[in-house]
Design a protein around this ligand. Sequence first.
Ligand SMILES: Cc1ncc(COP(=O)(O)O)c(C=O)c1O
Length: 230
Amino acid sequence: MDQIMDLAQKHSLFVLEDAAQSFGARWRDRSAGSMGDMAALSFFPSKNLGCFGDGGMIATADEELAGLAKMLRTHGGKDKYDVEHIGYNSRLDTIQAAVLLVKLKHVDRLNNLRKKIAYKYNEQLKDIKWLTLPLELEEAEHAYHQYTVRISAGKRDYVQVGLEEKGIASAVYYPVPLHQMKVFQNYSRQAGNLKHAEEACREVLSLPVEPLLKEEELGYIIKHLKNIKM
Ligand SMILES: Cc1ncc(COP(=O)(O)O)c(C=O)c1O
């Protein structure tokens, strides 16, 4: 983020952080979602802080942007009869807010459980030659929304099937890079081939890192990963 912010400052760019997967993550003394001009957070049920349906939040330290976001959230105006913008109906439901208020008290503890699982994977999987484990830099704190490994040389799908045969769920986040999506076709012509993004899409596999995963379930996953024959 330091490099992104430096670049943005140099070229007067607006930085919108996608902090959907990083609630509780930190870089140096800053929380994810507090470094750019604005940040989007997701409270989708599977996220580190999840509600019982759809929900999300915008974070910004800019009063003017906050005022605009508040208007856009509720049809585009400060009140019903003084509409200034074409807005949305994007209020957080009260029921979801109530759920989040309770879950907010537990999110640090649950994130620590994610961390414990991630460190156990790191420790137990470090000798598997065909696996590249996620890296947590010293100045960073990972929120482990995903524990994503990389498996090279076209073996990723084979490993995923091997796990599936043992009843172990895993997922590919994400199989298609943005520049290959129809919606961004115009931009991708300028971008050309983004080979690192394309490579990541072929190699990534996210392993279970649900905070309430039991010790024996984690042991079972590790055992079967180690047993996969390459
Ligand atoms: C990185 C990232 N950005 C954005 C989103 C979108 O979040 P939502 O569906 O709550 O709008 C997600 C959800 O999966 C995500 O993982």
